[in-house]
Design a protein around this ligand. Structure first.
Ligand SMILES: CCCCCCCC/C=C\CCC/C=C/C(=O)SCCNC(=O)CCNC(=O)[C@H](O)C(C)(C)COP(=O)(O)OP(=O)(O)OC[C@H]1O[C@@H](n2cnc3c(N)ncnc32)[C@H](O)[C@@H]1OP(=O)(O)O
Ligand SMILES: Cc1cc2nc3c(=O)[nH]c(=O)nc-3n(C[C@H](O)[C@H](O)[C@H](O)COP(=O)(O)OP(=O)(O)OC[C@H]3O[C@@H](n4cnc5c(N)ncnc54)[C@H](O)[C@@H]3O)c2cc1C
Length: 593
C-alpha cells in the first residue's frame, strides 16, 4: 500500500494506546481486540521465543487476532468454560474441541469476519488431568483466502444493542489440532512429554482482562467528558423559556436543574481520568514487576481495577443518560451522538467482567483486610487500603470553617467505607457462627459487600482527585478545577448520605451544608462551563454530534443532517402509492359510497 500504516507501538505505552483505542474506535474497529487484548496477552503471557515470533507480526498487522474467552453458556464463571485443549504427546499437539453448543465461543469482538487468529481460552487437559483455563494462540482462517481452517466454524453473532460496526462473533472447534507451542508458555507450560508446569500465580493468564478493566476507567472518563461537552455546548445555545418574565428566553444552561444534571458528569469525568491514569500506571508497574519475578502487587491491582471498572462504568452509563435527557428532543436524535456514545459506553458495564462480579471481587480483598483489622494486625504500607486500619474522627466535620484539602470530606468517605467493610465482615462471621457455610454466608451478604466496594472506590476516587488538583501550579487553572472538585466531593457526599446519616456520623444540618456547597459550585462553574469543555479540544468528528459542534451552528446543521437522510432522497417514497396511497384512495372511494 502506498501509505502503509507504520507498525503499532507495542511497547507498554499503554496510556496512549488505550486512549487511541477508545477514541479511534469509538464504536469499535477491526483491530480493537488485536490492539488491546491480543497484543497485551502476547506481551504478558508469551515466552521469549513466542514473543520473537508473534509480536513483530502483530505489531506489523500481518494478522488480526481477537480474544476468544466467553462462551454461549459461560462468560463470568471461567472455571466452567467448556472448550477443551487436550494434549497429544504422540504428535506434540493440542486438540481443541467445542464439546457442546454452550461451549461455542460467543461475543469476542472482531471474531465474526475480521480476525484470522485468536487468543483462545480453553480448559487444558494433559496426562488425563484438567489444569483449568489457559490461553492458546490459534489460527482460525487461511491468511490468503481468509476462509475458516478445517474443523473451524466461525461467524458474526448478529445485530446488538450497539457497537454494530464490531463483528462480535461465534466460534466452534471440531477436534482442531494446534502445535504444543501454540499454548502461551511464559507462566504455565506443557513439556513435550505432556508434563504440566504450573505458573507462579494461577491468575497471570488473566492479565489481558486486567489491562482492559484498567483501560476502561479512562474510557469512561472519555465518554463522560465527550457527552458533557455536547450537553454544555448545546445548553449554551438552546434558549427555552424565561426566568424573569419579559426578559426574553434564557439559555437552558442558566437553569439550576440543567447545571445540576450536567456539571457533576463533567466533574466525574475528570475524577475518572485522574484515577484512570493511576490504575494504568499501577498496571504497567505490576506487569514489569511480574517480568522481574515479583507478583506481590497482583492482588492489589486486581482488586482496584475490578472496583474502579464497576463503579466508573455504572456512573458513566447514568451520567451519559443525564446528558442526553438534558438535551430534550434533539438529544434523542442520532444527530446528537448520544445513542452512539451511550451504547458503546454502557457495554462496558458488562464486558470485561460483569459489574456485580467485579464489585464482589474487590469485596474479597476488603474482607481479607477486615479480618486483619479484627485480628488487631497493623496496616501494610499501602495507601489504597491503609485508611481502613485507622480510627478516624467519631463525627463528621465537613462543615468546619477550614477543611484544608478537603480532609474532613475525605474522612467522611473513609468513615463510611471503614464502617461498611467491618460491618459486613462481622455479619459474614456471625452467619457462619450461626451455622451457614462460608459460600452461603457470602451470598447472603453480597449486596452489602458490593456497598463496601463502592464506598472504598469512592474514597479512592475522591482522594486521587484531591491529591492531583493539589499538585497543579497554574493558579488560574487550579481555581477552575477546584470548583469542579468542590462539586464532585459534595455531590458524592449527598450521593452516599444514607450511609453517613445511618449511624449518626453526619447530621441533617451537615447534609444541608453539603447541598449548599453543591449549589455554590454550580454557580462558580457556570461562567466557565463552555471554556472548560472547549479546553478538552475534542474534534467535531470525535463528538459525532450536531448538538456539540464547536461552532455552535446547530440548527442549520441539524436541518442539513436531516435532509441528508436516505429517506429524503425523493419527495415521495417509492412504496407510497403501492401501500399508503392505495390505502387512502380506497378509503376515499369507500366514503363516497
Ligand atoms: C470503554 C468504552 C469506550 C469505548 C470502547 C470501544 C469498544 C470496546 C469494545 C470491546 C473491548 C472490550 C472487549 C471485551 C472483552 C471481554 O469481555 S473478555 C472476557 C471478559 N471476561 C471476564 O472478565 C470474566 C469475569 N470472570 C473472571 O474474571 C473470573 O471468573 C473471576 C470472577 C475473577 C473468578 O475467577 P476464578 O473462578 O478463576 O477464581 P476463583 O476461584 O473465584 O478465585 C478468585 C481468586 O482469584 C483471584 N483473581 C481472580 N481474577 C484475578 C486476576 N485477574 N488477577 C489477580 N487475581 C485474580 C481473586 O482475587 C481471588 O483471590 P483470593 O482467593 O485470594 O480472594
Ligand atoms: C459489547 C461486548 C463485547 C464483548 N467482547 C468480548 C470479547 O472480545 N471477548 C470475550 O471473550 N468476551 C467478550 N464479551 C463477553 C463478556 O465478557 C461477557 O458477556 C461477560 O463476561 C458476562 O458474562 P455473560 O454474558 O456470560 O453473563 P453471565 O456470566 O451469565 O452473568 C449473567 C448475569 O448473572 C449475574 N451473575 C453472574 N455471575 C454472578 C456471580 N458470581 N455473582 C453475582 N451475580 C452473578 C450478573 O448479574 C450477570 O449480569 C463481550 C460482551 C459484550 C456485551
Amino acid at each position: 500500500m502506498e501509505h502503509a500504516p507504520k507498525a503499532i507501538d507495542v511497547t507498554n505505552d499503554v496510556e496512549m494506546r488505550t486512549f487511541n483505542f477508545f477514541t479511534m474506535g469509538i464504536d469499535g474497529h477491526p483491530l480493537g481486540l488485536h490492539l488491546d487484548m491480543a497484543i497485551p496477552t502476547i506481551l504478558n503471557n508469551a515466552d521469549e521465543e513466542q514473543q520473537k515470533d508473534w509480536l513483530p507480526k502483530a505489531a506489523n498487522r500481518e494478522f488480526i487476532a481477537t480474544y476468544a474467552q466467553t462462551e454461549m453458556g459461560h462468560g463470568t464463571n471461567l472455571k466452567k468454560l467448556e472448550t477443551t485443549a487436550t494434549y497429544d504427546p504422540k504428535t506434540q499437539e493440542f486438540v481443541l474441541n467445542s464439546p457442546t453448543i454452550t461451549s461455542t465461543k460467543w461475543w469476542p469482538g472482531n471474531l465474526g469476519k475480521s480476525s484470522n487468529y485468536a487468543v483462545v481460552m480453553a480448559q487444558l487437559y494433559t496426562q488425563g488431568k484438567c489444569h483449568g483455563a489457559h490461553p492458546f494462540f490459534v489460527q482460525l482462517r487461511d491468511l490468503n483466502t481468509h476462509k475458516p481452517l478445517k474443523g473451524i466454524t466461525v461467524g458474526d453473532i448478529g445485530p446488538k444493542f450497539g457497537m454494530n460496526t464490531v463483528d462480535n462473533g461465534f466460534l466452534q472447534f471440531d477436534h482442531v489440532r494446534t502445535p504444543r507451542r501454540s499454548m502461551f508458555m511464559k507462566h504455565a507450560k506443557v513439556l513435550p512429554d505432556g508434563r504440566y508446569v504450573p505458573p507462579v500465580h494461577d491468575k497471570l493468564n488473566y492479565s489481558a482482562m486486567v489491562f482492559i478493566r484498567a483501560a476502561i476507567v479512562s474510557g469512561m472518563a472519555y465518554h463522560l467528558l465527550v457527552t458533557s461537552t455536547i450537553a454544555v455546548r448545546y445548553s449554551a445555545i438552546r434558549r427555552q423559556g424565561e426566568i424573569t418574565p419579559g426578559a426574553g428566553e434564557v439559555k437552558v444552561l442558566d437553569y439550576q436543574t440543567q447545571q445540576h444534571r450536567i456539571f457533576p458528569q463533567l466533574a466525574r469525568g475528570l475524577a475518572f481520568r485522574l484515577s484512570g491514569q493511576y490504575i494504568m500506571k499501577l498496571y504497567t508497574q505490576t506487569m514489569d514487576d511480574i517480568r522481574n519475578g515479583d507478583i506481590s502487587a497482583v492482588p492489589d491491582l486486581h482488586a482496584l481495577s475490578c472496583g474502579l471498572k464497576a463503579v466508573t462504568t455504572h456512573h458513566a452509563a447514568l451520567g451519559l443518560e443525564q446528558c442526553r435527557m438534558a438535551c430534550g428532543g434533539h438529544g434523542y436524535s442520532q444527530a446528537s451522538g448520544f445513542p452512539l456514545h451511550y451504547s458503546v459506553a454502557v457495554g462496558a458495564c458488562t464486558y470485561e467482567g460483569e459489574n456485580m462480579v467485579m464489585l464482589l471481587q474487590t469485596a474479597r480483598h476488603l474482607m481479607k483486610i477486615a479480618k486483619a483489622i479484627r485480628a488487631g494486625q497493623s496496616p501494610k504500607s499501602n495507601k489504597i487500603v491503609d485508611y481502613l486500619f485507622h480510627k478516624g474522627p467519631p463525627k463528621c466535620l465537613i462543615d468546619q470553617a477550614y477543611d484544608t484539602n478537603y480532609r474532613n470530606v475525605l474522612e467522611s468517605f473513609e468513615h463510611l467505607a471503614r464502617r461498611q467493610t467491618l460491618e459486613v465482615y462481622d455479619k459474614l462471621v456471625q452467619l457462619q457462627q450461626q451455622g451457614r457455610n462460608y459460600e452461603q454466608a457470602w451470598n447472603d451478604c453480597a449486596v452489602e459487600l458490593c456497598k463496601a466496594t463502592r464506598a472504598h472506590v469512592r474514597t479512592f476516587l475522591a482522594r486521587t482527585f484531591v491529591e492531583e488538583i493539589d499538585k497543579i501550579s497554574d493558579l488560574s487553572i487550579k481555581s477552575v478545577l477546584q470548583d469542579l472538585l468542590q462539586l464532585y466531593l459534595y455531590y458524592e457526599v449527598t450521593e452516599c448520605a444514607t450511609g453517613l446519616l445511618e449511624d449518626g456520623f453526619m447530621t441533617g444540618q451537615q447534609h444541608k451544608y453539603a447541598k449548599k456547597k453543591i449549589y455554590e459550585a454550580l454557580e462558580k462553574i457556570r461562567p466557565n462551563a463552555v471554556s472548560i469543555v472547549d479546553s478538552f479540544d475534542f474534534q467535531d468528528r470525535e463528538l459525532h454530534s450536531v448538538l456539540g459542534r464547536r461552532d455552535g451552528n446547530v440548527y442549520e446543521n441539524l436541518l442539513k443532517w436531516a435532509q441528508s437522510s436516505p429517506l429524503n432522497k425523493t419527495d415521495v417514497l417509492p412504496f407510497h402509492h403501492k401501500y399508503l396511497g392505495k390505502m387512502m384512495e380506497e378509503a376515499r372511494q369507500r366514503s363516497k359510497i
